[in-house]
Design a protein around this ligand. Structure first.
Ligand code: ADP
Length: 269
């Protein structure tokens, strides 16, 4: 694995995705302990002249907590309304904390039709590049408030991989509530073993992904593997690591073996 993690030191453009379970408590309220550390790490990367994009989940969960709902409602208008409430709260926190570290936050809300149309895709790329030129940290989410089935990415793991491809990122880091990909779901099997390196998404790897049991989060390992597949086909390495400690981002970029590294095709260990 040495060569690939050594390459991470040179990464100039990095996409970091945080899951709902990482940045919110089980009741949907924001986990300030984690978000503050995360913002500090993003600010440091920026100070090192790296281009950083944060893809953040959590809007609907935060919206639920603001409206004192202990469960995500089923209806689309309610979910979209809660996303609208949660997104602005989430952005307020990110923007306030990034400001404290002298950084400029920006918000990019995407739907799938943006990347399906060549001209709109070019516009999106140009916007990201201009934000980088301005020294801003784009904070990306699906535009949940207007996205319906036909135009939704469906999950932020896939979205973060698509963003990584769009901006030609050198590395995608998915921060979750788990140390990485295990040979079975460690929440159900205490003897599950962490898989430190994955080369190619084999049937065996597909089989071990199961869905999540988190009430606000969506996706589990299935969508993380979908993200890995997109990255793999575009030569972008991806790491799944635990977001409980956002300093894991620094460890990854320092070349330490952290979490599960997905080595894209053609890379040797
Ligand atoms: P996030 O909100 O960070 O995207 P998810 O809750 O969607 O996180 O996905 C992480 C969860 O996936 C873990 O907490 C775990 O319960 C579940 N999971 C299922 N299968 C596996 C596996 N093989 N290895 C690791 N986690 C797994």
């Amino acid at each position: 694995m040495g060569d690939i993690v050594e390459e991470f030191k040179k990464a100039e453009t990095i996409v970091i995705k945080v899951g709902t379970s990482t940045i919110t408590h089980n009741n949907g309220t924001i986990n300030f302990y984690v978000v503050e550390k995360l913002v500090r790490v993003l600010s440091d990367l920026k100070n090192e002249n790296k281009n950083v994009v944060l893809v953040t989940s959590g809007a609907i969960g935060v919206g639920c907590s603001r409206m004192r709902l202990n469960k995500k409602p089923d209806s689309l208008p309610e979910k979209q309304a809660l996303a609208a409430i949660g997104q602005v709260n989430l952005m307020h926190v990110y923007s306030k904390l990034l400001n404290e570290y002298g950084q400029i936050a920006s918000q990019v809300l995407l739907t799938k039709d943006v990347i399906e149309d060549e001209q709109r895709k070019i516009n999106a790329v140009n916007t990201f590049n201009t934000l980088f030129r301005y020294g801003s940290i784009p904070i990306v989410n699906e535009n949940d408030t207007v996205a319906t089935e036909e135009i939704e990415f469906g999950d932020n793991d896939t979205l973060s991989a698509i963003v990584a491809v769009l901006i030609n990122a050198d590395l995608l880091i998915l921060l979750s509530d788990i140390d990485g990909l295990y040979d079975k779901n460690p929440k159900h099997y205490p003897d599950a073993k962490l898989i430190p390196v994955v080369r190619g998404i084999t049937n065996e790897i597909e089989k071990i992904s199961q869905n999540t049991d988190n009430s606000f989060g969506t996706g589990g390992m299935i969508t993380k593997l979908a993200a890995a597949r997109i990255c793999n086909s575009h030569g972008i390495p991806m790491v799944i690591a635990n977001g409980d400690n956002p300093y894991n981002i620094c460890r990854i970029i320092d070349g330490e073996p952290v979490g599960t590294v997905f080595v894209p095709n053609g890379e040797e260990d």
